[in-house]
Write a protein that binds this ligand. Structure first.
Ligand SMILES: [Cu+2]
Length: 513
């Protein structure tokens, strides 16, 4: 809708440009078009079909070929397409069935990240989908309005499979969020932003981790794709745009901001809406973390989403380890150019209160469980429980290369690390004794962050979370209560979400009893 101010502005700009020929916004846009030439791809919405009260979704995991780089093709994997998958839309309270067909040449699995589901439906390493077969978990959507995702979780191969493209977004809506006045027109003012770093070989194929540095740092790609789009731009048609940002990178942490330092409003984190909108200028997201933000583009200027490199706090010591750790996540990137068209439709005003979160009381906690994130040292790196980890299979080397563990144990599918009683309030103490930051994800839960080294968390971590950064030397205490689905036989995972760490053993499992 064109209002008087917009009309005046476009008239003024047009006249000025004609009369003087100086570089006004439209001309600047022409230059920027060359820097961000590609329209942002919007993954198709998958709404499913209701049959007998059950909403069915069909997902086909398949090989494909993608064009990311000019003139080059990239062999990729995708879900119902060549790369990544559709955005699955679900409604809170609905019963769903996902038919996941594996048309790939390898085993895989499909995990519903952020979902509260029975353990047999979780899609972890135990729920392998063999080539040619279909896995059809059924569950009731329980978790309220949230931005979630789905991705491969195959033992020792999650990193390479997600890297090839086995991931997508899941948006859950509920009645409460529907009542809030919020941009919610998918692909128009409610935009999925799936951020991934990749590295390319000269022939256009993805280059996956092959060197020692990659074992430590995980993937640190030099090229950013957003929804599988290189150098993307999005044309805004509304005054406010809602971005659902998902860090679907294997191992890179981003520090998002806008190039002109404009502030934006965070409204949600992993587990749904925050209690109140949070004005921000910077926002750090580790792998698997999500955030929903509102960006005001009513000034008519391009909003360029960037990521500023992080500054390492790790000390400088002799040897390779210190250099590798200190160089992680230090690169800066331009991510996505948002270009408002000249006439912008009005957007809703954000409500001052978004939701109320009932806090779990630490004094009610029945038990406290230590979760120590560890990297072994030197020759101990040969000690392991599986292939592709430890010196015996050639992934070792000094400084604990390839030796990641939780509480001193590599992930072992035959060993259940914790048995958690249904309904108990518990505190999990995530202690990072290693030199790197690790984002810890716990399946089947929205937890609350109590504190970091005894200090209450910042406001962006006071919503519900399923993945939390734990910096080197930190202890992050989270409080949780499993309220659904007792199953003493089938474990859920908790692990570092840097996929190269997870694949090399920084993962453990618990059952709800
Ligand atoms: Cu890690």
């Amino acid at each position: 809708m064109l209002n008087r101010r917009d009309t005046l502005k476009s008239l003024l700009l047009g006249t000025a440009a004609l009369s003087t020929g100086i570089a006004l916004p439209w001309r600047a846009f022409a230059q920027q078009d060359e820097r961000f030439p590609n329209p942002l791809k919007i993954p198709p919405l998958l709404e499913g079909n209701v049959v007998d009260g059950l909403r069915h979704y069909d997902l086909r995991l398949q090989e494909g070929v993608s064009q990311f780089l000019p003139g080059l093709s990239t062999p990729t994997w995708g879900i119902n397409g060549d790369y990544l998958g559709p955005t699955i839309r679900m409604r809170d309270g609905e019963k769903v069935r996902l038919n996941v067909h594996n048309a790939l040449p390898e085993d895989t699995s499909m995990h519903w990240h952020g979902f509260l589901v029975p353990a047999v439906c979780d899609g972890g390493p135990a729920q392998v989908i063999h080539p040619g077969s279909t896995w059809s978990p059924e569950f009731t959507v329980l978790q309220g309005a949230t931005t979630n995702w789905y991705h491969s979780h195959l033992m020792h191969a999650t990193g390479p499979q997600v890297y090839k493209g086995l991931a997508g977004m899941i948006v859950v809506e509920d009645a409460d969020s529907g009542r809030l006045e919020m941009p919610s027109d998918y692909g128009v003012d409610d935009i999925p932003v799936i951020v991934q770093d990749r590295e390319f070989n000269a022939d256009g194929s993805f280059r996956y981790v092959s060197e020692y540095a990659g074992m430590i740092q995980g993937i640190q790609g030099d090229t950013i794709l957003v929804n599988g789009t290189l150098h993307p731009h999005f044309v805004a048609t509304t005054r406010t745009v809602r971005l659902r940002i998902l860090n679907a990178s294997n191992a890179r942490t981003y520090q998002f901001a806008f190039a002109d330092e404009r502030s934006f409003t965070q409204i949600a984190s992993d587990g749904g809406l925050l209690e109140a909108p949070l004005p921000r200028t910077r926002m750090i997201l580790a792998p698997a973390e999500r955030a929903e933000i509102l960006v005001d583009v009513s000034d008519g200027r391009e909003a360029l989403l960037v990521s500023h490199g992080l500054v390492s706090t790790y000390g400088e010591y002799p040897g390779a380890m210190s250099q590798l750790v200190r160089s992680m996540d230090t690169q800066s990137f331009e991510i996505l150019a948002i270009r408002p068209q000249s006439a912008l439709a009005p957007s809703p005003i954000v409500p001052a209160q978004l939701r109320q979160i009932a806090r779990l009381d630490p004094s009610q906690a029945v038990s406290t469980r230590p979760v120590r994130l560890m990297m072994g040292h030197g020759m101990r790196s040969g000690e392991d429980n599986g292939p592709h980890s430890g010196m015996r299979t050639g992934f070792g080397g000094g400084f604990g290369g390839g030796n990641y563990s939780i509480n001193g144990r590599h992930h072992n599918m035959a060993f259940v690390n914790e048995r958690v009683p249904l309904g108990d309030i518990e505190i999990w103490e995530l202690q990072n004794t290693s030199p790197l930051t690790h984002p810890v994800h716990i399946h089947n839960i929205h937890f609350q962050v109590l504190d970091r080294n005894g200090v209450p968390p910042p406001p962006e971590e006071r919503g519900l979370k399923d993945t939390v950064r734990v910096l080197s030397g930190e202890t992050v205490r989270v409080i949780l209560r499993f309220e659904h689905y007792r199953d003493p036989e089938t474990p859920y995972m908790y692990h570092c979400h840097m996929l190269e760490h997870e694949d090399r053993g920084m993962m453990a499992q618990f059952v709800v009893v």
